[in-house]
Design a protein around this ligand. Structure first.
Ligand SMILES: Cc1cc2nc3c(=O)[nH]c(=O)nc-3n(C[C@H](O)[C@H](O)[C@H](O)COP(=O)(O)OP(=O)(O)OC[C@H]3O[C@@H](n4cnc5c(N)ncnc54)[C@H](O)[C@@H]3O)c2cc1C
Length: 396
C-alpha cells in the first residue's frame, strides 16, 4: 500500500540535530526553561538508550545538573572519587580532587541518556523525532534558519531561530558550514587502543596501569560490566585479538594471575586522536560536543566536554530569549574553546605519558619512573591538585 505523503512546515525556537547526550541535555534544559525546541534524530529510541559509552559524569557536570535541579533524577550511581594507578603491578590509589565539595559520579552514559529521555519525553512532553533522514540545514546571513528533513510520512520544514549541531563527528551540522570558515586542528597519536566491553564489574577502583607489556585501563560500565582498554598497534584489527588473548594480556599487564576470563560483549579498535574545529559556530548554527571536538579515551572526557558545551550554550540561549541579549551567543565559541584546549593539553600529556611508559622501545624504564612521579604530583601536590581541579573546572 502506498503511504500518503504529508509534507509540513512548522516553527520552533531551537532545532537540535542529534539525540545523544548533548542534544538531550540541551533540550531538557530548554524545555524546563520554557523555550520551544525540537530534536531530530536519525536512529530509534531503543538504539540510543542502549548505546554503551562513557561511565563517569565529572564534578563540573554534576554541579550543572544540580543547578537545574535535575541531578537526583538523572544521575544514579555512587560518587567516583578514586583511581588506582599501577606501575608493573605496584598499585597506588589516588583521590580525585573534589570541585567545591562536589565529586564525580559513576553513571554510565546510557543510564544518563535513558534518564534524560524519560524526563524530556515522558515527563515534560518534549518533542524528539526519531528515525528521520535527509536532514539539511539552511543557515544564511539575514534569513531565519530552517532545517529540512524526511521521515516515513514525508518531507518537513522547521523554521527556527537557532540550530544546535549535536550530531557528533559524522553528522551533517559541521559539514553544512561553508568551506574556509572552520579550521581543523588534529593530532594523530600513532597508536591505538583495543576497547573491550566485558561482563565483569570493576571490583575495587577504576584502574589505569602501565607495564612493560603496554598500558591497560579498566573503567566501570554499570554494576555488572566494565570496559577494558589495551594499548595496541595501529595496524591491528579486532580479529587479531581473540578473547583468550585479551584476557592473557590483561593478566600480564595488571600482573594479576587471579583474573578470570569473562564474556566479552564487544571489541573494537580506537585509533587515538585529538581533534578541534574552530570556531564552533557559524551564523545561527552552534556546534556542540563531538561535532566540534574529539579527545582520546585515555582522558575519559568526551561526554563531559559535550556537557560543558551544553552548559554554556543553554545559558546563552536563555539570555538571548529572555533578555533579548545575544552577546553570550556571539561569544559561545570563544567562551568554550579555552576549556576544550585545556582538556586537549591534559589528554595529550596523559596519553603520551601512559603510552611511552608502557612501550619500552620508546623511552624505556626511565620513563616509567617519570610516569610515577608525574602521577604522584598530579594527585598529591597542592599545586597539581589545584591544576587538576582547574582542568575539571575549565576556564570560564
Ligand atoms: C567506546 C567509547 C567510550 C567512551 N568513553 C568515554 C568516557 O569514558 N568518558 C567520556 O567522557 N566520554 C567517553 N566517550 C565519548 C563520549 O561518548 C562522546 O564524547 C559523547 O557521546 C559525545 O556526545 P554528543 O552528544 O556530542 O554525541 P553523540 O552522543 O554521539 O550523539 C550524536 C547523535 O547524533 C545523531 N546523528 C548523527 N548524525 C545525524 C544526522 N545526520 N541527523 C540526525 N541525527 C544524527 C546520532 O545518531 C547520535 O544519536 C566514549 C566514546 C566511545 C565511542
Amino acid at each position: 500500500m502506498k503511504t500518503v505523503q504529508n509534507n509540513t512546515s512548522e516553527e520552533t525556537t531551537v532545532t537540535i540535530i542529534g539525540a545523544g547526550v548533548s542534544g538531550l541535555t540541551l533540550a531538557t534544559f530548554l524545555q524546563k526553561a520554557g523555550i520551544a525546541c525540537i530534536i531530530l534524530e536519525r536512529r530509534d529510541r531503543a538504539y540510543i538508550e542502549t548505546r554503551q559509552r562513557a561511565g563517569v559524569v565529572d564534578a563540573r557536570a554534576v554541579r550543572m545538573f544540580e543547578q537545574w535541579d535535575l541531578a537526583d533524577k538523572l544521575l544514579a550511581g555512587p560518587v567516583a572519587n578514586t583511581i588506582d594507578y599501577r606501575l608493573n603491578g605496584d598499585s597506588r590509589i589516588f583521590n580525585i580532587p573534589e570541585e567545591d565539595g562536589i565529586s564525580s559520579r559513576f553513571c554510565t552514559q546510557q543510564m544518563l541518556v535513558g534518564n534524560l529521555m524519560r524526563e524530556l519525553i515522558d515527563n515534560m512532553a518534549g518533542d524528539v523525532r526519531f528515525d528521520v533522514s535527509e536532514v539539511v540545514i539552511h543557515n544564511e546571513d539575514g534569513v531565519r534558519p530552517k532545517v529540512i528533513y524526511s521521515d516515513a510520512s514525508g518531507s518537513h520544514e522547521l523554521v527556527c531561530d537557532y540550530i544546535a549541531g549535536c550530531d557528533a563527528d559524522r553528522g551533517i551540522s559541521r559539514t553544512s558550514i561553508p568551506d574556509g570558515v572552520l579550521t581543523k586542528y588534529t593530532h594523530e597519536f600513532g597508536y591505538a587502543w583495543l576497547a573491550a566491553l566485558v561482563e565483569a564489574p570493576v571490583t575495587g577502583h577504576p584502574i589505569m596501569a602501565v607495564s612493560d607489556h603496554g598500558c591497560v585501563a579498566q573503567l566501570p560500565r554499570g554494576p555488572h560490566r566494565s570496559r577494558y582498554y589495551l594499548q595496541c598497534s595501529l595496524s591491528d584489527n579486532a580479529e587479531d585479538w581473540p578473547d583468550d588473548r585479551i584476557w592473557n594480556e590483561i593478566r600480564l599487564r595488571l600482573n594479576d594471575e587471579t583474573i578470570q576470563n569473562a564474556v566479552v560483549h564487544d571489541k573494537f579498535l580506537v585509533p587515538l586522536r585529538s581533534v578541534v574545529y574552530a570556531p564552533m559556530q557559524y551564523l545561527n548554527l552552534f556546534l556542540v560536543g563531538d561535532a566540534a571536538h574529539l579527545v582520546p579515551p585515555t582522558s575519559a572526557k568526551g561526554m563531559n566536554l559535550a556537557l560543558y558545551d551544553v552548559d554554556i550554550l543553554s545559558q546563552a540561549i536563555l539570555k538571548a530569549m529572555r533578555d533579548k541579549d545575544e552577546s553570550s551567543l556571539k561569544n559561545y565559541s570563544e567562551t568554550v574553546l579555552p576549556h576544550i584546549w585545556n582538556y586537549q593539553d591534559f589528554a595529550v600529556s596523559m596519553t603520551d605519558m601512559m603510552h611511552d611508559a608502557g612501550d619500552l622501545t620508546q623511552k624505556g624504564t626511565f620513563h616509567q619512573q617519570i610516569a610515577r612521579a608525574r602521577l604522584n604530583n598530579l594527585f598529591n601536590s597542592k599545586t597539581a591538585a589545584h591544576l587538576h581541579s582547574e582542568y575539571q573546572r575549565g576556564t570560564n
